[in-house]
Design a protein around this ligand. Structure first.
Ligand SMILES: [Ca+2]
Length: 91
């Protein structure tokens, strides 16, 4: 339900993209990490065809048009974020 609501808010011009916490370890690095409290190595990847495509693209997004596979993209571009939060289940 929350994802559906977020998708509607972030969709524009028929395209839906979300930033993940993935970024190049350093600018133009070949490796990517998850930017969390402590950088975490990516042990799983889901790059789309021909991605990552450019070392000048430092951030990782998912795109609906690409079956939610990953794409490296300029970090200065605008996307909606995906966030992970700890769930609290009410009683
Ligand atoms: Ca790319």
């Amino acid at each position: 339900m929350l994802l559906e609501t977020t998708e509607r808010a972030c969709e524009s011009a028929g395209e839906l993209r979300f930033w993940t916490a993935g970024q190049r370890r350093t600018p133009r690095s070949r490796t990517f990490v998850w930017r969390t409290d402590e950088d975490q190595a990516m042990t799983y990847t889901n790059w789309g065809g021909r991605e990552p495509s450019s070392r000048s693209e430092g951030c990782v997004e998912v795109r609906r048009a690409h079956s939610y596979q990953w794409n490296d993209r300029q970090c200065s571009d605008r996307d909606c974020p995906i966030c992970e939060v700890e769930a609290t289940v009410g009683m």
